[in-house]
Design a binder for this molecule. Structure first.
Ligand SMILES: *[C@@H]1O[C@H](CO)[C@@H](O)[C@H](O)[C@H]1NC(C)=O
Ligand SMILES: *[C@@H]1O[C@H](CO)[C@@H](O)[C@H](O)[C@H]1NC(C)=O
Ligand SMILES: *[C@@H]1O[C@H](CO)[C@@H](O)[C@H](O)[C@H]1NC(C)=O
Ligand SMILES: *[C@@H]1O[C@H](CO)[C@@H](O)[C@H](O)[C@H]1NC(C)=O
Ligand SMILES: *[C@@H]1O[C@H](CO)[C@@H](O)[C@H](O)[C@H]1NC(C)=O
Ligand SMILES: *[C@@H]1O[C@H](CO)[C@@H](O)[C@H](O)[C@H]1NC(C)=O
Ligand SMILES: *[C@@H]1O[C@H](CO)[C@@H](O)[C@H](O)[C@H]1NC(C)=O
Ligand SMILES: *[C@@H]1O[C@H](CO)[C@@H](O)[C@H](O)[C@H]1NC(C)=O
Length: 602
């Protein structure tokens, strides 16, 4: 019997406890993320499962987990009668707690790094039950902008192992920021013998993290153009942020593998006398110092300045192959460049025959003009301004006195117009005198008392001399006698007194030729000036009119016995009378006077 009550009692007790001890449900966020310095509000929501049993007494306490030993430290207590912020904790003066019916909210002002810890909310309703929950407060502080530094000194591709390429530092972040390296926008990860990343993390006294990362890389020649960027990623409330540095490039040193050699000046073909500049360049970095030599004298280094070889006033002897190589390399170095320099030339023209040459009239002659050149030439012959031939030989056939003169040959090089030369030959055609216009007999008529000019021009070489023989006039003189190299001109002035025959005889060593003049002296010829025909007609008409008037007056006199005064007038028509009155009479007689003056002027 004693068993039964005991079992019953136990059951009763369990039922009693279950009914007395209700449940409290707490709801808190696991994590709360805030920026350093901001305020953080941690809510603690509670509810009692047994709604009937609203707690008569409710205690709410907030704790933090102490730094170091992990014990809990109360920071706040409240019951129906009091609300206490505990003295002498990290939170004294920095927290507020507000509580309404179902929620207690802990507000931490000016969140510090040390606030990154767990906050506990404990709700105790005694018979209504008790429970606790927690929120982990997380504090964030974005780091300062990262700073990248490329290696300034050149990095040699021949260096064994990895070389430091750049370093990047990001300071004062919380939590620890991360650094990622990019090469030409491609993220780099450590790869043996290719890339390595050294990271140094520093916990500052402030509690912030500073991270320094050094990129070591196996530099290749193409990294000359590579750009390296450092990217920092860091957490902020609810997100991950990144910031990048500017890109840095590096100086890559690599050996010269090929050389280039070219003519820098002058442009185009080179001629003797030019100043030639040959430039040599190696593809290495830094560019190699270079030395020059001629291919046939590899051991003889030419005097150059920098990577330019200057050859002043070159001659054809400077033609040939030139080489350049890095100054460190010896003559047998495979790293070298070669080029051929051709110096073009045009020698002075040689004309055959030389200087001057005699030709006999009617002969032929071939003159040649030659100028040695490294290039195709064109030869043109000129006599005075006129082009008389092309090509290096000039044929002169059937020489006449017109053939005489200076022949100039001009030699030009079409591909190099500044190259030109010329030569000349003087041709003299020798022969007996030749009258200009051929042998002639000139017939003239001239009034007695007048003078005539007779001229005579003869060609010939040696220059002919002219002699005149004049029959029929005592009064003549030579007024012009001009002799040129191979011509002579003579002019004689002769007064005509009677018929004249004149001979102009041009003669030299080679012969003679004469020109004949026959002048018929004509005493009767009156020459009228142009237009005198009309005047003659007028005179004749006047005479006819006078004759008519005379006859009319005669008839009237016979019929009507006119006074004799008019008869006297009629006798004035006599020729002599007319001349005497000429100056006092009217126009027709004046014209007569001028008509008579005309011939005198001739
Ligand atoms: C405490 O609260 C949690 C969550 O609200 C709940 O799951 C648990 O049962 C409660 N414990 C007690 C003893 O009330
Ligand atoms: C734990 O640390 C707190 C302060 O950090 C101190 O007050 C407390 O006495 C320590 N408790 C133990 C058991 O060491
Ligand atoms: C906290 O300190 C103040 C004075 O400094 C005092 O008045 C108060 O009673 C103390 N409270 C607790 C809970 O010790
Ligand atoms: C980096 O590149 C810039 C132009 O893109 C150039 O002027 C500079 O010299 C380079 N610096 C190095 C170290 O190569
Ligand atoms: C090379 O040039 C320098 C200066 O231009 C001159 O003094 C020297 O005599 C030259 N050497 C030869 C071999 O021409
Ligand atoms: C230079 O000329 C020679 C002979 O004509 C020739 O064999 C050689 O290939 C030329 N070199 C260059 C770089 O043109
Ligand atoms: C003859 O020639 C001379 C000199 O040239 C000249 O002065 C003169 O007028 C000429 N006489 C005639 C009639 O042409
Ligand atoms: C011209 O002169 C030459 C030499 O003086 C002479 O032989 C020749 O007979 C002359 N001719 C005439 C036509 O007078």
């Amino acid at each position: 019997m004693a068993f039964l009550p005991r079992a019953f009692l136990l059951l009763f007790h369990i039922l009693l406890v279950r009914s007395v001890l209700g449940k409290v449900k707490l709801s808190m966020v696991d994590n709360l993320e805030v920026y350093l310095g901001d305020s953080a509000t941690i809510p603690c929501h509670y509810s009692f499962t047994d709604v009937e049993k609203e707690p008569s007494l409710l205690m709410i306490q907030w704790f933090v987990k102490a730094a170091g030993n992990g014990t809990r430290l109360r920071i706040y207590y409240a019951d129906s009668s009091q609300q206490v912020i505990d003295n002498r904790t990290d939170y004294t003066g920095r927290i507020d707690v507000t509580t309404d019916r179902k929620e207690s909210r802990l507000t931490i002002r000016k969140v510090q790094l040390s606030d990154e810890r767990e906050f506990f909310c404990q709700v105790n309703g005694l018979a209504a039950g008790s429970n606790e929950s927690r929120t982990n407060l997380r504090v964030f502080r974005p780091p300062e902008s990262p700073v990248i530094e490329g290696v300034l000194t050149g990095i040699s591709v021949t260096k064994k192992g990895l070389s430091k390429v750049a370093s990047c530092e990001v300071r004062n972040g919380f939590p620890k920021p991360n650094i990622i390296w990019y090469r030409n926008e491609e993220a780099l990860t450590p790869v043996p013998d290719k890339a390595n990343i050294l990271i140094l993390v520093t916990r500052e006294s402030s509690g912030f993290y500073s991270v320094q990362s050094t990129l070591e890389y196996k530099v290749e020649r193409e990294d000359e153009n590579s750009l390296f960027v450092c990217e920092v990623s860091f957490a902020v409330p609810g997100a991950i942020r990144t910031t990048s540095t500017h890109a840095v490039n590096i100086t890559v040193h690599y050996p010269t593998t090929t050389m280039k050699l070219w003519k820098e000046s002058p442009r185009g073909l080179v001629k003797e006398g030019d100043t030639v500049e040959l430039r040599c360049q190696g593809d290495g970095n830094p560019p190699p110092h270079v030395i020059f030599n001629r291919a046939q004298e590899p051991e003889k280094v030419l005097n150059s300045s920098g990577n330019v070889l200057t050859l002043s006033s070159v001659s054809r002897k400077d033609s040939g192959a030139y080489q350049c190589r890095p100054s460190g390399a010896d003559e047998s170095s495979k790293v070298k460049a070669e080029m051929n320099l051709t110096v073009h030339y045009l020698d002075p023209a040689v004309v055959v025959p030389k200087d001057s040459e005699m030709m006999i009239r009617g002969d032929k002659l071939t003159a040649t003009c030659n100028a040695l050149s490294s290039l195709q030439t064109i030869t043109v012959w000129y006599k005075g301004q006129n082009k008389v031939g092309q090509g290096h030989s000039l044929e002169l056939t059937d020489a006449s006195y017109q053939t005489s003169g200076e022949y100039k040959c001009e030699v030009t090089v079409p591909s190099l117009p500044t190259l030109r030369t010329s030569g000349s030959v003087h041709i003299i055609v020798q022969g007996s005198p030749q009258m200009e216009g051929g042998v002639q007999e000139v017939q003239l008529e001239e009034a007695v008392g007048r003078t005539v000019n007779l001229s005579c021009k003869a060609l010939g070489h040696p220059p002919p001399s002219i002699s005149w023989s004049i029959a029929g006039s005592q009064s003549w003189k030579e007024i012009v006698n001009r002799a040129h190299e191979d011509s002579v001109y003579s002019l004689v002035s002769i007064e005509v007194t009677s018929d004249i025959s004149a001979t102009c005889n041009a003669s030299n060593d080679m012969g003679a030729e004469a020109k004949f003049f026959h002048i018929k002296a004509n005493p009767t010829i009156i020459k009228f000036p142009e237009g005198s025909g009309i005047i003659i007609v007028v005179i004749i008409l006047c005479l006819l009119l006078l004759a008519f008037l005379g006859s009319v007056l005669y008839f009237l006199h016979k019929k009507r016995q006119l006074p004799c005064k008019l008869t006297k007038e009629k006798s004035a028509t006599d020729d002599n009378e007319k001349k005497a009155n000429a100056k006092n009479e009217g126009t027709p007689l004046n014209i007569t006077n001028s008509e008579k003056k005309g011939p005198n002027e001739q």
